[in-house]
Design a protein around this ligand. Structure first.
Ligand code: TRP
Ligand code: SF4
Length: 553
């Protein structure tokens, strides 16, 4: 039998069917770090939820009408606000998917995950975008323009071969997309160096073009919203790209003309305080609890609410008690809310939505005031509207912004997939050819690499029959789950259960996988040849006559 997968704390595949609970959590080993230009490995995916606020994909999976196999198998493990995209998809509303590829080498089976994710969203009706991150490859990886051209071509052929519809969707190079450049320039005016230092560890030695490539990526991520209208957009990527996603989500907000919040009186409340003041308002406005509350007719004053709140015990939240416990510190919020209410004195408490002028032009602010329907009050720098819901207010704000030359962006969403384990154990690395399979590998070489892959098998056949193999630790099982089984869940389930029960031995299992890999590569490469023609027809310059430095070698 084969040697065991070395336990290097790298990605632990958690494929279909998931092990029945209780696989022991690995000791928190490496520091969690998400570095877009560092090594693509993650010690423990669960840490990413707590450390970075990435959400578990499981929480949103039920909202996806017909989930992709990578979603069903836990390969896509995390997301940010994917609910917005799932909802648009379910309701036939506009949405988009975009991802980008740094043309630093050959596309391999890890990139295929992302190609597939874009293509799937396109088939679900989304606007789809695939871009070549040539500015990043040149500035962060020192690739020369001719190398970039060649690699870019290979990425695009594979993307097309896998089914990307370039007539419906859009493919571009960062360097050739003037709108992206302009958007990046605009976004860059809302970001500064200290922030790049904090997020990416940039310092005085970091080259300026590298920084420019970062701001270009934030523009890439928001670019789909320039086409037609702002819309939910998903960025399928590995978790190493999350810093870019977080920055872009921030910038998308910072460039907005208006900020919409909910308030009860002239003063501001934070989220926790608002929850308490709402409780006070609801209790007092409802009187003895009968009938609907008519906001306009209640006569609750700030001081009344203060009195009520003083005796109110906020619900306790136990720290660390499961995933669902809100991280609210209502006790602290109670004291600050009380101060604000007491200072409000006799001012009436009335729920309202508030529009702050953040970046609006004077005309846009005037137009907003016009556009707010019903009872409203205009202040220096903000408008309170008494008859709009939060949702209605958001739409008015967005419409006015777009009519007056703003972007009206929504925050982009993201989904994160697990990194594949290398075929030689450890991480998959393009610098170790045996550890990964390139989409350009000779099918026979692909076959051979799978045949000689590390497995989760036992030392002897006898032991394997007795104990079963460790499919969860097996790069070959991963190949089935991430790629070879395609949409066929039965196959992954069979391999998994036959493996862990000891019915399946690694020799035969690898032979089957190796043959599937050979077939996949043969088929894919045939399709790449057919895609040559499609690529020719596209308006993409793959013979850039850019001058520049030769790159670092
Ligand atoms: N930084 C990405 C990488 O290293 C490439 C990239 C550029 C990208 N722009 C993007 C990824 C926009 C997703 C979305 O591969
Ligand atoms: Fe062996 Fe296949 Fe099980 Fe991996 S999945 S341990 S190769 S039997």
């Amino acid at each position: 039998m084969d040697e065991d997968t070395p336990d290097d704390g790298a990605a632990c595949p958690d494929g279909t069917p998931r092990p029945d609970g209780g696989t022991e959590r690995a000791e928190p080993t490496e520091d969690v770090a998400l570095d877009p230009w560092g090594s693509a490995s993650v010690g423990d995916y669960a840490d990413l939820f707590e450390e970075f606020g990435i959400e578990a994909f499981d929480d949103v999976a039920d909202d996806v009408v017909d989930p992709h196999y990578l979603m069903r198998r836990g390969v896509i493990f995390g997301h940010r606000e994917y609910d917005a995209v799932a909802e648009a998809m379910a309701n036939d509303e506009p949405f988009a998917a975009l991802s980008g590829f740094m043309p630093t080498g050959d596309p391999h089976i890890g990139h295929k995950l992302v190609f597939d994710e874009i293509i799937w969203h396109q088939k679900q009706g989304g606007d789809a975008f695939g871009l070549i991150a040539d500015l990043e490859a040149h500035s962060a990886r020192g690739m020369s323009w001719s190398e970039i051209d060649e690699h870019a071509r290979n990425y695009l052929l594979s993307l097309l071969a896998l089914g990307f519809d370039a007539e419906e969707g859009e493919i571009y190079r960062q360097s050739d997309n003037r709108e992206v450049q302009d958007l990046g320039f605009e976004l860059g005016s809302k970001a500064n160096f200290s922030e790049f230092e904090a997020i990416y560890g940039f310092d005085g030695e970091t080259n300026i073009s590298h920084m420019q490539s970062v701001i270009t990526q934030t523009a890439d991520i928001l670019y789909p919203q320039l086409v037609d209208e702002p819309k939910p957009t998903v960025i399928p990527v590995g978790p190493d790209q999350d810093p870019h996603v977080r920055l872009t989500r921030d910038l998308a907000t910072r460039v907005r003309y208006f900020k919409v919040t909910e308030a009860f009186a002239s003063f501001e409340l934070d989220d926790d305080e608002r929850q308490l003041v709402r409780a006070a308002y609801d209790a007092l406005a409802a009187g003895d609890g009968e009938g609907e509350v008519d906001d306009a007719e209640t006569d609750v004053r700030c001081e009344d609410a203060a009195e009520w709140l003083a005796d109110y015990e906020p619900p306790e939240t136990e720290a660390g008690d499961g995933d669902d416990a809100p991280s609210l510190d209502l006790a602290a919020a109670k004291s600050t809310a009380l101060d604000k209410l007491r200072a409000g004195g006799k001012e009436p408490l009335r729920p309202r939505v508030r529009f702050f002028d953040r970046n609006a032009t004077d005309e846009a602010f005037e137009a907003l005031i016009e556009a707010v329907e019903g009872d409203k009050r205009v202040f220096e720098g903000h408008v309170d509207a008494f008859e709009l819901t939060r949702g209605e207010a958001e739409s008015v704000a967005r419409e006015v912004e777009i009519d007056h030359g703003g972007f009206g962006f929504r925050q982009p969403s993201s989904i994160y997939h697990r990194f594949m384990t290398g075929l030689t154990g450890g991480k998959m690395s393009s610098s170790v050819p045996a550890s990964h399979i390139s989409l350009l590998d000779d099918p026979e070489d692909g076959y051979d690499k799978v045949r000689s892959a590390t497995t989760g098998g036992r030392d002897t056949a006898e032991e394997q029959r007795e104990l079963g193999g460790e499919a969860d630790e097996c790069p070959v099982y991963e190949l089935y789950a991430y790629l070879l089984a395609g949409d066929d869940d039965e196959l992954t389930k069979t391999v998994y259960s036959e493996c862990v029960t000891g019915e399946r031995l690694c020799g035969g299992c690898k032979e089957q996988a190796a043959e599937l890999m050979r077939e996949f590569l043969e088929d894919h490469q045939e399709k790449r040849e057919e895609a040559e023609e499609l690529l020719e027809e596209l308006d993409i310059d793959l013979d850039s006559d850019r001058r520049g430095t030769g790159g670092e070698h």
